[in-house]
Design a protein. Structure first.
Lengths: 179, 336
């Protein structure tokens, strides 16, 4: 068996197993640990497919930057501390999850169907490297969507800061004479 | 058969790096203690072996043979896992750090690095930040107040400095035009990247000190306030792994990355091109100068407050790193 296909099977098996763990583990900290494991294994899958840039970014952004906040919230909010939660939301989460699954399946099938029609064949990518290949398209053809996405993120960030700010609540309380 | 050969080859090479790093880390403890002694005008370890030379071995034996206590109310699995989670990513950074140019001995070409992936720098950053989970889970699994506070403090510090560090390394990447650590060194043939990137270097120094939890930033274990921070409940070798990973291996590897990014990697010092010194030795000389700088800071300065650290990260270091990108962009436009 070839080295890449061997590592593909190892990474994908572990990814699926830990994804199952995310769903079924009762202790929420273990579920997050499973999530980290899933994300790292998926990054390993990217590496076996030669998409090193996405693999590295997967670890930095998803496995660390985002999940760290999950861990922080879970370990600081005492109600969630290692307790199980009743599956009341299952009626909402099941259809939504199923819809997302269908969407992802459609996109990946479509991607497999349409693969290798663009200018970036695997030889070209091997020649110029992942980063340059992504940058040369992202900052020319897709520059406008890229900038729009960055503005949306900026707006979302400012919104989050304003929502998270508590000063005005305190001021209102003070003006109502409740003190 | 070829697959097997490749796997065995990589395994042996990785083992050499890992075992070498372990032994080096053991003796880095002696270097640190001697250096700290001289900074504070005392002799340091002196009695085990000639001039304290065998002290690390005595320490290792002591730590390995101590009773391994696990608190009753701790989450056992996570408690064990956390010490490994702190340690393994730190050593994984070694996979992408090159220690010199390939050289030949008795007809064999020896490559002093495990792999030269073209996103090496990003991977080093990624592995470095995964070790954060070791600290957080150590704090949570101990099920005790002080470790919890220590773990959360470390997370707050790291989130801030990871961002600043990410922007700081953009300068050298822009100049070299590659993420490969070897490519970055090759691009510094003429002029070291410290020249336009001086601001990024300052940010890098602060970020390395913060990431490895060395003194101005060691709020996560602040022994005066938090007993021992996130390692309070640990004992024996599980306790030993945390400082070994953070203070020695992570500092060593991040010093190597600092040298690669700003000090020309294994290129010789200016005006010393003719000296018959191999690239590996040049690299080690620079590496130890940077490492000693971190030790010097550690054993000289007192500790910041937590809010001062995060304020410094977001209000000073991040703008400095952004300003550096601006300066480097102008530099590239003028000098090409």
């Amino acid at each position: 068996m070839e080295l890449t296909s061997l590592s593909f099977w190892i990474f994908s098996t572990l990814a699926v197993l830990s994804a199952i763990g995310v769903v079924f583990l009762k202790n929420i900290v273990y579920a997050v640990l499973s999530l980290i494991s899933t994300l790292i294994m998926v990054s390993g899958l990217f590496f076996t497919m030669g998409a090193e840039l996405i693999g590295a970014l997967q670890i930095i952004i998803y496995a660390v930057a985002i999940v760290v906040f999950y861990v922080l919230v879970i370990s600081t909010v005492p109600e969630f501390k290692g307790e199980t939660i009743d599956p009341n939301y299952m009626f909402v989460s099941l259809p939504v999850g199923f819809l997302i699954f269908i969407e992802l399946a459609y996109v990946s099938l479509y991607g497999a169907w349409k693969s290798n029609v663009g200018m970036f064949t695997s030889e070209v990518i091997k020649e110029m490297g992942n980063v340059k290949a992504v940058a040369s398209v992202l900052f020319t053809k897709y520059l406008f969507p890229f900038e729009v996405a960055s503005i949306i993120l900026l707006v979302a960030m400012i919104g989050a800061i304003i929502i998270g700010k508590k000063d005005h609540v305190i001021e209102e309380e003070a003006s109502n004479g409740s003190l | 058969m070829e697959t097997l050969g490749a796997i065995v080859g990589i395994t042996i090479k990785s083992l050499i790096f890992i075992v070498g790093m372990f032994l080096a880390a053991a003796y880095l403890t002696l270097v640190e203690r001697k250096f700290a002694g001289h900074v504070q005008q005392r002799p340091g370890p002196l009695h085990v072996g000639p001039h304290g030379f065998l002290q690390p071995i005595a320490d290792a034996l002591k730590v390995l043979t101590k009773e391994d206590l696990v608190p009753d109310s701790a989450d056992k699995f996570l408690f064990y896992l956390a010490s490994l989670l702190a340690f393994v990513p730190a050593i994984m950074i070694l996979a992408v750090v090159p220690f010199g140019e390939p050289f030949e001995i008795f007809g064999f070409t020896i490559y002093p690095y495990i792999s030269d992936v073209n996103v090496g720098l990003l991977l080093a950053l990624a592995f470095g930040s995964i070790s954060l989970y070791g600290v957080i889970f150590a704090g949570w699994a101990s099920n005790s107040k002080y470790p919890m506070i220590g773990g959360l403090r470390k997370a707050a510090v790291l989130i801030g400095y990871e961002v600043a560090l990410g922007f700081a390394i953009a300068g050298p990447i822009m100049q070299a035009g590659t993420f490969s650590l070897k490519g970055i060194v090759d691009a510094q043939e003429g002029l070291w990247f410290i020249i336009p990137n001086i601001l990024a270097f300052v940010v890098m120094i602060f970020a390395v000190l913060a990431e490895t939890g060395r003194t101005p930033f060691d709020v996560q274990e602040a022994e005066a306030e938090l007993v021992g921070g996130y390692v309070t409940e640990y004992s024996a070798m599980k306790f030993g792994l945390f400082p070994l990973a953070e203070w020695y291996i992570a500092t060593f590897v991040l010093s190597a990355i600092t040298v690669i990014l700003f000090f020309g990697g294994w290129h010789p010092f200016p005006f010393m091109d003719g000296l018959p010194i191999s690239s590996f030795v040049w690299f080690m000389i620079k590496l130890f100068m940077v490492f000693m700088f971190f030790l010097w800071v550690h054993w000289t300065l007192p500790r910041y407050r937590v809010d001062q650290i995060t304020e410094l990260a977001w209000k000073v270091m991040l703008p400095l790193a952004l300003a550096n990108i601006f300066i480097v962009a102008i530099w590239i436009m003028i000098f090409g």
